[in-house]
Design a protein around this ligand. Structure first.
Ligand SMILES: CC(C)(COP(=O)(O)OP(=O)(O)OC[C@H]1O[C@@H](n2cnc3c(N)ncnc32)[C@H](O)[C@@H]1OP(=O)(O)O)[C@@H](O)C(=O)NCCC(=O)NCCS
Length: 212
């Protein structure tokens, strides 16, 4: 198993790993209009905007895990709006829930995909004052067959080192609160919870000099 920097040819494998782990850690294939939907939100923008901060786990045949993210969440949101959103917006149009809509709950997403589509169109919603001290953020996923073998720890170690090289002091991540195995992983590595109330999500953080 090799842990190495991301290459453009890894893109389809990264998308595959993403969708297979996108349901709170479980397989999300078939849950959205296309299996590219979750990767287009949670992998694509990082690979496109900051490929130098993406690292993959290669078993010799394919990519089976990755860590990716941004060094600066506020800058990422601005770049996402300017450069990523135009590439995908037409594929995932904002739901029309205006006046006269048959929607029984106007203003509220009718499906998980609608809520996530709104997040896609408003990348600034990922920027919280409470997280200002943790400018970087990350996403990490390893296919089930390769979990529990120390690869997640190695990926985080590599990502933190890359952030330190760039002078970034701390990183955060937002996780689905019900994903208790992931929470156990971050706790074990020494991440701490950040006081920020967002329904369904838990925010964790760590200094980039954390000994992982
Ligand atoms: C969460 C995830 C990235 C962890 O990667 P991993 O390779 O399985 O974790 P590691 O084997 O490197 O584990 C590192 C440490 O965390 C501990 N750990 C990992 N998962 C754990 C669990 N479910 N329960 C308790 N401890 C756990 C390990 O025991 C290990 O401790 P040790 O080194 O002291 O023995 C991986 O399991 C995964 O991709 N899960 C599905 C997708 C997901 O949930 N991603 C995170 C979304 S926020």
């Amino acid at each position: 198993m090799e842990l190495r920097p991301y290459r453009a040819t890894d893109r389809d494998d990264v998308y595959d790993v993403c969708v297979r782990t996108a349901d709170g850690g479980g397989d999300a294939r078939g849950q959205y209009t296309t299996d590219d939907f979750m990767p287009d939100l949670f992998a694509g923008p990082y690979l496109f905007l900051e490929p130098e901060l993406a690292f993959v786990l290669d078993d010799g045949d394919r990519v089976v895990g990755y860590v990716l993210g941004t060094a600066d969440t506020a800058r990422w949101a601005a770049e996402h709006r300017a450069r990523w959103l135009p590439r995908v917006a037409a594929r995932y149009p904002l739901p029309d829930r205006g006046a006269g809509s048959p929607d029984p709950h106007p203003g509220r997403p009718a499906t998980p995909q609608e809520g996530l589509t709104e997040l896609l169109h408003h990348p600034e919603r990922n920027v919280y004052a409470e997280l200002a001290g943790y400018p970087a953020h990350l996403h990490i996923d390893v296919l089930p067959a390769h979990q529990g073998a120390g690869h997640g720890r190695a990926l985080i170690r590599t990502f933190l080192a890359a952030l330190r090289e760039r002078g970034v002091p701390a990183v955060h991540l937002g996780m689905v609160t019900t994903n208790t195995p992931a929470r156990a992983f971050y706790d074990r590595l020494g991440f701490h919870e950040i006081a920020l109330e967002v329904p369904g999500l838990t925010f964790l953080g760590a200094p980039t000099d954390l000994a992982v």
